[in-house]
Design a binder for this molecule. Sequence first.
Ligand SMILES: *[C@@H]1O[C@H](CO)[C@@H](O)[C@H](O)[C@H]1NC(C)=O
Ligand SMILES: *[C@@H]1O[C@H](CO)[C@@H](O)[C@H](O)[C@H]1NC(C)=O
Ligand SMILES: *[C@@H]1O[C@H](CO)[C@@H](O)[C@H](O)[C@H]1NC(C)=O
Length: 251
Amino acid sequence: MAGGRCRSRTEIVTGAFVLALSVLCVSAYSDENKVFSPCADTTVRKHDGFTFGLLISRNDSFFAQDKNKNKIQLSPCDKRLNQLASGQVAIFRPKVDEISLLIVNYTQVNPQNFGGNAVVFAGKNFAAVSPPVFLAGQTYRVTSLNLVLNFDKGRLVNLLWKNDKCKSCQHGNSTFVCLVGGQCAVKASQCKDAGGKIDCSLSIQAAFSGTDKYQSVLNSWYQMDNLQQYSLYNLYSNLRSTLRSQFNLFF
Ligand SMILES: *[C@@H]1O[C@H](CO)[C@@H](O)[C@H](O)[C@H]1NC(C)=O
Ligand SMILES: *[C@@H]1O[C@H](CO)[C@@H](O)[C@H](O)[C@H]1NC(C)=O
Ligand SMILES: *[C@@H]1O[C@H](CO)[C@@H](O)[C@H](O)[C@H]1NC(C)=O
């Protein structure tokens, strides 16, 4: 690791040099990605920050119609999607190849009030957008999702939801149900904002796969996939949310 090399070098140099070198060492791990908009293209390396958006809206608002009236899904950054104004956007900036827990707090937004479905997205000419995912309806609320950001030579190529086929809720009680498709959900009536006891904030466990711009392999999704659910919680308990901005009107 670069950090290790820095330390052994600094031991044999003078004070003034140590200072300069330690600045260099810090910058070896700093965020060199200057792109902060989720609607712009970038390439990243390990330890850079990477910005993407989460849009909560109605499922049909993620689609446009082509000439033959077929539905085509577009990125929310695409101006042809014109029914997104009432949706809510959160911008996240996790560190590339770190497992991050991204939280949308129930005190800020109840997805049910904004259409109940979501996509994550990033990029413009190289736009990537996930398939729509169900978050909330009258009866159920999804509170936990796994997201993989897959890169090729540092450029995001796709965003995939990975559920655990209800493994994380099969030992639970009647509060948790397994939805068609293998996603755990909570009965909406038991959420705090409906007068219940459960914090129904949405948490997204995000991890990385593929390669960075120097062709380094991104391992964090592999690690996450191989870890038991309980040990994962310990792992990212101090990474928490990297929510960069409050929910607001973005488009
Ligand atoms: C959501 O925000 C409330 C109030 O700030 C806080 O008490 C609660 O712990 C938060 N929930 C999560 C999951 O961060
Ligand atoms: C969203 O709409 C598409 C196209 O109509 C449909 O195929 C898909 O199943 C829907 N997804 C959700 C989560 O409802
Ligand atoms: C089910 O589990 C949840 C979370 O651990 C808990 O808050 C709730 O009280 C439990 N409900 C019942 C009926 O045991």
